[in-house]
Design a protein around this ligand. Sequence first.
Ligand SMILES: [Zn+2]
Length: 255
Amino acid sequence: MKIHFLGTCAGTEPFPDRRHACTVIEINDSLYWLDAGEGCSITGHLMGLDLLKIKRILISHPHIDHTGGLANLLWTIQKLSQRKKLTPNSIDLYTPLHDLTDAVFSFLKNAADGFKKNFEINVHEAEDGILFDDGSLKVSAFHNEHIIDKSKREWISYSFLIEAENKKIVYSGDLKAYSELDALIGEHCDALIIETGHFGIDDVHEYLKNKSVDRVFFSHNGREILNFQKESKEKVELYFEGRGSICEDKMTVEL
Ligand SMILES: [Zn+2]
């Protein structure tokens, strides 16, 4: 399986060569899209990913640095399918909030001439527990307290535990505290894709001291890392000795 990092910037002001959050898992000739920050469709397409092979899209929480590219992604899938005269995969879309995806479809209806959904999109409201297990990937959602707005829904922010090929991958989404990942990491995880928009490298190192995690991918990077990239890389190397990476846009790793 491959992990593609399309957008590795937190919800900061724009940074050169950095787009907002989007990570893609490629397995068994299908793509699983984790969050959809602005520009994710363009980056993915230009990296050579076939957007018609997207099987599922998972949105961790409604903030715009995770959702700003969703409308454009759906539009681009339709555009490419029309150009190639192919029908795209039907897509299962997991949203933390129906209002969010309803707004995206309403926007597309008004903003994209001919957006007729020539492909099937099945929308599911995410909740704690197993979201799906399709033989390639098993994904479970765990709520966190990055956003609490009980007027909307009990929980609208999630982290994901992804299991495939006997490996465990933890995708943090955005968090209130790193301890919210305890249950996902459990006794061991093979890869941790962790946000550093609200915390620093020292915090991650401290949190992981007594945990068994093979590889750590710093994604969703904030100013503290992006303004000091050389120093940050040195610190990650010192702490994690080849097991840690500060992700960059368009980076792909094999797992
Ligand atoms: Zn974010």
